[in-house]
Design a protein around this ligand. Structure first.
Ligand code: NA7
Length: 539
């Protein structure tokens, strides 16, 4: 490597989704020499990759956009829950408004980074051999950067087309009239099932665990109207930080059994009718914490779903009589006609709990019950969620230890944004932050603001190196664990708990204290001058 080949920066930002885009704009505005890199060929993060039929966001607009008035004043969505293509258009709009392209490098996959203690800088390498040297290494890899496909025997022998939805071909495959399988009933599988069942000759959904889907209540905006009048936007965006999930709504301030049966049914019905995540995150405040409260919600949900499915056997697979897991403790998907697809003659569902997949062969899938023939198999089996994107990069701090090795047996962070032994490195939307219980743009802004404030403080105080103290990290890990254990999340297998990847440690990957509390903690830390960090002043 010659010195000429090294790009010298104040900060390298990885990931061109909401987090990375926000940091590029705001760090550059403050005079930092920054560059944004991404493996994709354009902006969007998850929305760049997820182009499968039916891909759309599960957070209603304008909760799911930046709060910057210079953006929202000139932007109108066509739907309450926009599709992936419209989200990519939004990113193109943001890139133009914020003039991001000149400082962005695409097709750049970061493979490793090492810390140099003498210069207090990271040396960061890309797959194609580029080298960056930066004081700050800012990772915005998102929670679904590393795909997961189970290692079923024979996948490589399949003669049809095998797809992971986040690698959907840019040229749409001809699916009309074909025999199509979708494996998985996460948000991706549900959205795919709704769309593909309409065009397939034969459609089969392979389900291991039922998704407790809620009605999306999609709305089309024809005349430029939006979910809320724009004059309310500033105030609405402020309210995101006062809520549990980073939305404009919040849990009720009463428990499930504070209400009479009648009042409760009435409340549930109202939450149901609004759509969005209201029945999940605007409901009674004990729903995610108390078993009997949780069961009440499940029973209401089950009755609603049963009324939409004709065949009692299918009702039992999709919404079992006995509650299979705690409601809302696996990611809930928003649906739009999902349950009705099973009333159609060309649609089937396979219950993988009863008849698991044993192998794949030339023509399709073998379960313990029978062989299924397919032209297309869409493997919507998800991601090595939350930690996968970070741990696949070979990051080595001053001791030489890699991040992968540090976290292999359990994640350790402070504030879900920094980790001991990796100075001047921050990550957003990562483990032990409100990630997944906070929507992307909301977290991008609060965590991005904290990072910017930290860099500014360091500049003012002549600090060259910052990392959390071991004690503050240990306390944060304990705090995350304690809150998780007071909730029902650990009772349920989910990617929130690391359960979806064989061999991954079982631990709650999400800080469940709520965005409002998290925001306050970040504010307090910064205002108090970073008491939980160790700072080294330049000599
Ligand atoms: P998810 O939510 O991780 O869903 C993956 C699905 O694949 C889920 O239903 C899994 O069943 C299923 N799966 C995974 N492995 C297997 C095996 N071995 N056999 C059968 N079924 C399997 O990924 P998505 O892409 O849908 O969503 C990711 C996030 O994007 C989502 O949460 C939103 O935040 C947006 P399981 O439920 O584990 O029994």
């Amino acid at each position: 490597e010659s010195t000429a080949d090294v790009v010298e920066l104040d900060a390298l930002i990885v990931g061109a989704g909401f987090g990375g885009v926000y940091q590029l704009k705001h760090l550059r505005d403050e005079g930092y020499n920054v560059r944004l890199v991404d493996f994709a060929t354009d902006y969007g993060g998850v929305w760049y990759w997820n182009r499968y039929p039916g891909a759309r966001v599960d957070s209603a607009i304008p909760q799911y956009e930046f709060s910057d008035e210079s953006l929202w004043s000139g932007w109108n969505w066509s739907q309450r829950f926009p599709g992936s293509a419209e989200l990519r258009k939004y990113f193109a709009y943001v890139a133009e408004k914020w003039d991001l392209r000149k400082d962005t490098e695409f097709e750049t996959f970061i493979t490793g980074a090492t810390w140099d203690e003498d210069t207090n800088k990271w040396t960061i390498r890309s797959k194609c051999g580029k080298i960056y040297r930066a004081q700050f290494f800012l990772l915005n890899t998102g929670f679904s950067a590393k795909r997961y496909i189970p290692d079923w025997e024979g996948i490589d022998k399949f003669n049809g087309t095998w797809l992971h939805p986040s690698y959907w071909p840019h040229e749409e495959p001809d699916l009309k009239g074909k025999k199509i399988a979708v494996i998985g009933t996460g948000s991706t599988g549900i959205q795919l099932a709704q769309d593909l069942s309409k065009i397939a000759g034969e459609f089969v959904l392979f389900q291991r665990t039922p998704n407790m889907c809620l009605p999306m209540v999609q709305v089309e905006y024809k005349g430029g109207e939006q979910s809320w009048p724009k004059k309310q936007y500033s105030q609405l965006f402020t309210s995101r930080r006062d809520s549990y999930g980073g939305f404009f709504f919040d849990f009720l301030d009463r428990d499930t059994f504070d209400d009479s049966t009648e009042q409760r049914q009435d409340t549930y019905q109202k939450l149901w009718d609004v759509g969005d995540f209201h029945f999940w995150l605007a409901t009674y405040k004990d729903m995610l914490f108390k078993t009997d409260a949780n069961k009440e919600a499940y029973d209401f949900w089950k009755a609603k779903v049963h009324a939409r499915i004709n065949d009692p056997k299918l009702r039992e697979i999709l919404a079992p009589e006995i509650q299979p897991h705690s409601f809302g403790c696996k990611r809930i998907s928003l649906e739009n006609g999902f349950y009705e697809i099973f009333n159609k003659p060309n649609v089937s569902i396979v219950d993988l709990k009863a008849t698991p997949i044993i192998s794949v062969d030339k023509t399709g899938i073998n379960t313990t019950e029978k062989h299924w023939d397919f032209d297309y198999v869409v493997c919507a089996t998800g991601f090595d969620a939350v930690t996968g994107g970070l741990m696949q990069i070979d990051i080595r701090g001053p001791s030489g230890q890699s991040l992968h090795d540090k976290w292999e047996k359990g994640v350790k962070t402070y504030l879900g944004m920094a980790t001991v032994g990796f100075p001047n490195m921050f990550f957003t939307y990562g483990p032990q932050a409100p990630t997944a219980f906070c929507n992307g743009p909301t977290c991008a802004e609060y965590q991005g603001d904290f990072i910017l404030r930290t860099l500014n403080t360091m500049k003012t105080k002549n600090i060259r190196r910052i990392e959390p103290t071991a004690d503050s990290e240990a306390k944060w890990v304990e705090k995350v664990r304690k809150i998780a254990n007071s909730s029902l999340l650990p009772t349920t297998k989910s990617w929130y708990m690391g359960d979806n990847i064989p061999g991954k440690p079982r631990e709650c990957l999400v800080y469940l204290g709520g965005v409002h509390t998290y925001y306050q903690i970040l504010e307090t830390e910064a205002t108090a001058g970073y008491p939980n960090f160790e700072c080294k002043i330049a000599s």
